[in-house]
Design a protein around this ligand. Sequence first.
Ligand code: FAD
Ligand code: SF4
Length: 481
Amino acid sequence: MSDKLFQFLDVPRQTPRTVPVAIRVLGYGEISGDFAAPQAGTQAERCLDCGNPYCEHACPVHNYIPDWLKLVQHGRIMEAATLMYETNPLPEICGRVCPQDRLCEGACTLEQTDFGAVTIGSVERWVTDEALRRGWRPDLSAVRETGRRVAIVGAGPAGLACADRLRRAGIAADVYDRQPEIGGLLTYGIPPFKLDKQVMRLRHELLEGMGVRFLLGREVGRDIEFGELLDDYDAVFVGTGAYTYVDGKLPGRELHGVHDALPFLIGNTERLLRDEPPPPAFDLRGRHVVVLGGGDTGMDCNRTAIRLGAASVTCVYRRDEASMPGSAREVGYSREEGVNFLFQRQPLEILGDEHGRARAVRVVETELVDDGHGRPRPRNVEGSESELRADVVIQAFGFLPSPPDWLASHGVKLASSGRIVTGAGGALPQQTSHPRIFAGGDNVRGADLVVRAVHDGREAAASIARMLAEAEAEAEAAAAV
Ligand code: FAD
Ligand code: SF4
């Protein structure tokens, strides 16, 4: 039980201060400040310890939230960090990028009152950052090396979580990625104002310190055959993400000035990593930008366009604000930074000028029809078309799995949607239809969340460790006969 049971009556929910808007839009630094130590403790004390921790159930990795909040109340930061890491291999990252309003904080008992949820994500982030500053490192001193080796394809959150847990089980982990840096979408998709790239560099060092080997700039299927990995390693984990853009098939999408969200975001991050000015296509100074789509990717495009100097940014979404799939916090930040939202508008086509450049988006109003099948369905309202001025259009309609050809040719079963099927027909969690191939993250779920990719990587490592241990026990039993 919390030492100060009714602390929430006196202490309001307080998140760390954010950088003032006028300053934050000038650059790409993280906009969220840090808690001061006493503030993190006081916020942790707001936890009711309600007995049925809904927050833990709603957290995809089932963090021991009330337990670490209690440690923070008592200033036991290093122990809190160890407990966080017990369930979450990437806590400092989830503390930054999880849509907490839809996960742990959305389920907090206090959220159902006027008092507002405990600031779980900000505490998780602060504790991990602070513990790392004080020298906290994963403790592998009790690990016994098994001599087993696993190849991981993809250094996104799924692959990194898998590598971390394999090393903790004494299994060698070699991580292959086609990119020159680790992180997958953490590095190349999510903009630095949400996740500073220094955070990923530190995680890179920590994982190498644990003995994880990164083989970067190597694309499996091009630079190395998948079959070689199967031959050389005891098992393979595939965490290759989801990179096929949903195509809205809008007439005019071939015009100059029309971008797909991911190349736009990746291109901007890459040039920031190289410390280069924006190329001409990304110089949005004085230009009117329309972003199509209301998810987290759309919010990242909105806020990147603002930082690239756009004269105006309008985000068009076909449903209402309450139905938006992204985090309410990110919508709020977009709005604070000057983005206009246009709800219940369906884009119909992108119109061009005589030079083949985008000049407007034609949209139609929608009404929402509740046909009893989940979210209300938008229906176009006849005769309500209008044009929005747009020199630049960014399409952020979402992503589908992009399974590499070599999976099916090695007998890995795919669903018709292209997702990798795992855990079917008595298989272990995250095990595919091939007994030595495991998978997780967006390539199994479709485009989803970092914390769910982390969950899958963690569970895959547990399944691999179990499979290898069982195989060893069987071999020993056979040898003894
Ligand atoms: P990825 O992160 O995509 O990593 C896959 C890795 O595999 C990549 O590094 C890729 O280079 C590598 N790879 C692929 N094929 C090969 C191959 N053949 N050989 C070698 N390497 C290969 N989620 C949140 O929780 N919060 C957010 O705020 C958020 N914002 C987002 C913003 C954007 C713009 C996008 C696109 C996504 C966002 N997401 C967010 C979703 C989140 O980033 C993903 O769900 C998560 O990264 C999936 O992790 P993953 O490990 O499955 O795949
Ligand atoms: Fe909340 Fe995400 Fe942390 Fe879980 S991992 S406690 S959902 S911020």
